[in-house]
Each structure stands twice: as C-alpha cells, then as structure tokens.
Design a protein around this ligand. Structure first.
Ligand SMILES: Cc1ncc(COP(=O)(O)O)c(C=O)c1O
Length: 476
C-alpha cells in the first residue's frame, strides 16, 4: 500500500521520501519534511532490521510496495505543526506539541510544560486502593473527613473542604465571600483566577473582577490596590468592593513567592476597608517550603485559601479550601450546587493525604532541580536564551528566547524534535516539552516525575539546540 493512501485525506501531500542506503549504519532513519495545506508533515523511517535504533514512535505503520519504500517498513510519524505565522505566536494554554496518538517508545521524554502533568506514585495508587470510603455528601466518608482535618491543621484554619479542582476552590470561595448582587473583587491582572478560569467569578458567581497590576514578582501594586477600592459605596453608581484575591506562588510570573511582608500589608489594607482576602494557594506548599515557614504562617493573613493537590503534590484529583467554620459550611453548599458533591471521594482524599505527607520533600527536590537547570542555562551565557536566576524561587523556570530571529514556538519544537545529529552527539534522543507562556518567554516546570537525570538530559538538549542555532545564525 502506498504511504499516501494511509495518510488522512486532508493531507493530500505527495510523499516522496528519500531512503538512503548509505544509512545502513547504526542509524538508518532519515527525517524529511514537506509543507502542505499549512501543515508541516515530518516522516521518520524505520528499516526492517530490528537491531537498528528507532528514532521516533509513530502513529502509523506502512508496508509499502512502492519503489521508494522498497524493502522498507516505514513507520510514519505525522506531526502537524502550524506553519502559518499567525499560529506561531503565543501558544494556547493547553496546546500540545505532540502529534495525536503518537507513542514514543524509543526516545526519552521530559515534559516540563506544567506540574499538572504529575502522576500518582505506586504508593499513592495503593493508598487509594485501600481507602475506606463512605458517602461524603452525607459527611460519612472517613478518609475525606480525616483529610479535611489534616489540611485544616496544616493550613491553620478552623475547617477545610475537599473540592474537585483549584478552579472550583477559587470559585466557591468567591461565591461565599461575595454574597450580594453588585459586589466586586480586586485581583491581579495576571492572576490565574482572572485569566484562566473562564471568568467564572463573573459568569457564575455574578461578581465583577476589578484588575490591579501584578508586578513582575507577582505582587500587587499596593498603591493601585488601595486606589481601586470603591470608597464611594453606597453611592448607587458604584459596585461594592468585597474581596481581594492573591496568588501564591504566582504562576504567570514564574512561580514567584509573595513575601510575608506583602501579605501583611494587604491584610492591613483589607482590614482598614472591611474587605476579605482570598488566597489562590494552588502552590502554597511550594511557597512555604521555599520561604522555610509553615503554610499556616502564610495563610494567617487570609480569610480563605485554596490549595491544589494535583500540581507539585502529585495527587491525581482535587483541591481543598481552608477557612473559618461558618465559611466552610457555606462552601459546602456552593460546592454542591456546582456539582462537586463527590460521594465516595475517600479514594481521592487518600492520595491527597499521602501527597501532603510527602509534600515538603517533593517540593524541595523540585525547587532544587529547577534551580540547577536555570544555573546551567545561565552558565551557557548564550545570546540565544537566558534565565533570570534570582527569580527562580520555586519549581518554575522562565526561559527568555532573546535572539529575535528565533521564534519561541520554533525553539520549543526543536527541543521536541530529535535528529540524527542529536543522537550521534548526545548518545540518545531526548524530547523536551516546554510551554510558550507569552511573547518570548517559555515556561518550564518541575514536579515529582522529573528526576535529576531528566533535568540533566533536558539541559543537555537545550545546550544542543542552542549550539545548533548558534551555528546556523552565525552567533559566536
Ligand atoms: C495558580 C493556579 N490557580 C488555580 C489553578 C486551577 O487549578 P485546577 O487546574 O485544579 O482547576 C491553577 C492551575 O494550573 C493555577 O496554576
């Protein structure tokens, strides 16, 4: 069967691969690329000899009688990468660099796009399997109850509530702080709650968000924050400011930590105007570990906090809200109306319990590896890309692609692609996934599944890509 017959119809490319007989050496694969219908299609071939190292997993096996494929069992890896410049800008939040259904058996993958990619350990799965459960909507799941008590202790709050996700934790908290029509919250213009939660606070809670500038370290501009509080209320022209929302660590600015002094100042301001403070603490434990304080020391400045289990902590599902007993009672009602009554949720809470008991060590290791990688990039001292080392405070690294001739998206693609040259030079193919955060900034995030060795391999890959660019662009 000819290769083109096996390709999806929308890719009407005429495939004219070159199979080199000279490549009968150790590596026989030869990638070729075509541009068609705005997609670049990359094919990587595999010879019949099973001892030959494969370059890539693929989505399709092709047994061809066509002359060009003679005696070649070609495994085709079709990766559709947007070639039009419009799609080469900022990547959509969850866009993947992987071809659909493309298994990667022979190459090492280091996926640094997000700590949400963390997967539960075998120990966690065992704990989930053993978990005692009951109907949590009746308040009868013993594991959930134990988990909530534990969390309340860690957060230093009167009570805690298990919810499905960080997004639900934030939304439920906002719903319970802002209970009347015409209320408003103040939030950073780079906050996850504002940018990446579908405007849920407006859409569902009916609360309008008023934006305050997030500084490059994730903190709020305090002068601006005060100026945005509606002081004219109850003048009927104005909404009533009810709530200030903070984020710690701050995702968009690269896992930056809000210093305790900043939290204290926000608290004082909130008290002066009778406002509540909610903390999006999706990565609160990262902040606490990096600051060397107990999580409760951070939370003491807030009326409520939401903490995610699924990021650096590595549990598969869930988040938790901490706050005063009466507040959590209201949250329970809000969670239910949003469909968050989870019945035998002890299976999930069991993973959360274990994740929390290991959180400090996990986060510390992640921070160390992120710093190690960033230090390696800094030591390269390359005009191609750089990191601001002091701003690497937790598990994220923001890599800036400084060379204007290099598109950050393309840089990411090169970190993902594997060439013969790479295998020859590094001894194996490593595919690194990264995430273009904005314009020229690429985000890399460490989590439980990313080992020392992965970190080293990712750094070596980056060095290789930088070298390649330097040679191609004449950068010395
Ligand atoms: C700072 C922050 N808050 C909230 C969330 C939302 O968490 P979830 O994905 O569990 O809804 C995220 C997710 O990445 C986050 O980074």
């Amino acid at each position: 069967m000819a290769a083109r017959q096996l390709l999806p119809l929308c890719w009407r490319a005429t495939l004219t691969p070159v199979v080199s007989t000279a490549s009968r050496a150790r590596v026989c694969a030869r990638p070729s690329a075509w541009v068609c219908h705005n997609f670049r299609v990359t094919l990587i071939y595999y010879p019949l000899n099973p001892n030959t190292p494969a370059l890539s997993g693929g989505s399709l096996w092709v047994a061809s009688r066509a002359p060009a494929f003679s005696r070649v069992l070609g495994r085709i890896s079709c990766r559709a990468a947007a070639a039009s410049s419009g799609q080469h800008g900022i990547r959509h939040y969850y866009q993947s660099t992987r071809g659909a259904g493309e298994p990667q058996h022979h190459l090492h993958i280091v996926d640094l796009r997000s700590d949400t990619l963390s997967t539960p350990s075998a120990e966690m799965r065992n704990a989930m399997g053993r978990a005692e459960v009951g109907d949590d909507v009746y308040g009868e799941d013993p594991t959930v109850n134990e988990f909530q008590q534990q969390v309340a202790k860690i957060l230093g709050t009167e009570d805690a509530l298990f919810v499905t996700s960080g997004t639900m934790g934030n939304l439920v908290s906002v719903m319970c702080h802002c209970r009347n029509r015409g209320e408003e919250l103040l939030v950073g213009d780079q906050a996850h709650l504002y940018l990446y939660e579908q405007g849920g606070v407006a859409q569902i809670a009916g609360v309008s968000p008023r934006l305050v500038t997030n500084l490059s370290n994730g903190q709020l501009d305090l002068e601006e924050l005060e100026s945005k509080i509606q002081k004219e209320y109850p003048d009927p022209h104005y909404a009533r400011t009810r709530l200030i929302c903070l984020e710690n660590t701050h995702n968009r600015t690269g896992g930056r930590i809000l210093p305790l002094s900043h939290l204290r100042e926000v608290r004082l301001l909130a008290d002066r105007y009778g406002l509540a403070v909610h903390l999006d603490g999706a990565r609160l434990i990262n902040a606490a570990v990096a600051l060397g304080v107990a999580p409760a020391e951070i939370v003491q400045y807030c009326d409520s906090v939401s903490l995610c289990l699924t990021k650096g902590l590595g549990a598969p599902v869930g988040a938790v809200i901490g706050g005063r007993r009466e507040f959590i009672k209201e949250c329970l009602r809000a969670r239910k109306v949003l469909g968050g009554g989870m019945r035998q949720a002890g299976i999930l809470a069991a993973a959360g319990l274990l994740a929390l008991s290991q959180a400090e060590d996990t986060c510390r290791a992640d921070h160390h590896r992120a710093k190690k990688f960033a230090t390696g990039v800094q030591q390269l001292a390359s005009p191609v890309c750089s990191v601001d080392l002091p701003s690497v405070e937790t598990n994220m690294v923001m890599l800036v692609v400084n060379e204007p001739r290099i598109c950050p998206q393309e840089f990411c693609e090169r970190m993902w692609d594997v060439s013969e040259a790479e295998i020859l030079e590094l001894g194996r193919g490593v595919k690194v996934r990264m995430f273009v955060m904005y314009k020229r900034t690429v985000r890399l995030v460490w989590y439980r599944n990313i080992s020392e060795e992965d970190t080293e391999m990712a750094l070596n890959k980056l060095k290789f890509v930088v070298q390649q660019y330097s040679a191609e662009l004449g950068i010395v």
